[in-house]
Design a protein around this ligand. Structure first.
Ligand code: ZN
Length: 177
């Protein structure tokens, strides 16, 4: 049952991220972020593919927790795991290289991974506009917005409605600086 598997992914991610906080000034619970992605896709994008919604909920579990691909495969199957792996950075690489690779990988990603990437960038831009990390100067925010635009350039055409949401956030930031 579709709804059950999506909720199972939410519960799985909540358990895996239970001790993590985001970098915003309030240090909000990490799980807010994957839930926000799934919500953007379903509520704003009308996306109903359960694999995409599960992958959105699970998108940071391998990168930021001890979760293995094996575990995801066992609990959620190969297609969800493949999407999560597509949006997982290789943390053994230096940060600048990971950022460059995200721009590169976005262009060649599967349609499902492109949707998750786009929602991820929408949520991150929203968070930075609403409640930025307290130690981020304006220049760092600007650099993040520019980099996010470069990543999103690689997924354009996947969902014009959500791309317009992203563009609106980018324009709002440009007005503020
Ligand atoms: Zn994310």
């Amino acid at each position: 049952m579709t709804l059950a598997v999506v909720l199972r992914a939410a519960a799985f991610a909540a358990e895996k991220h239970k001790n993590q906080r985001r970098k915003d000034a309030e240090a909000s619970p990490y799980i807010n972020h994957p839930i926000a992605l799934a919500n953007v896709l379903a509520s704003e994008g009308g996306v109903i593919d359960p694999d995409v919604l599960c992958a959105a909920l699970l998108h940071d579990t391998i990168e930021d927790t001890e979760t293995t691909a094996e575990e995801l495969r066992r609990d959620f199957g190969e297609s969800v795991t493949a999407i999560v792996l597509e949006v997982t950075d290789d943390k053994s690489l230096p940060k600048a290289e990971r950022k460059r690779l995200q721009i590169e990988h976005a262009k060649h990603a599967s349609p499902q991974a492109k949707l998750v990437k786009l929602a991820d960038k929408i949520c991150n831009l929203r968070d930075i506009l609403a409640s930025p990390p307290s130690d981020w100067p304006a220049e760092r925010k600007r650099a993040y917005f520019d980099w996010a635009s470069d990543v999103v350039a690689g997924v354009r055409g996947i969902h014009p409605g959500l791309e317009a949401v992203f563009d609106g956030l980018h324009a709002r930031h440009a007005e503020l600086v």
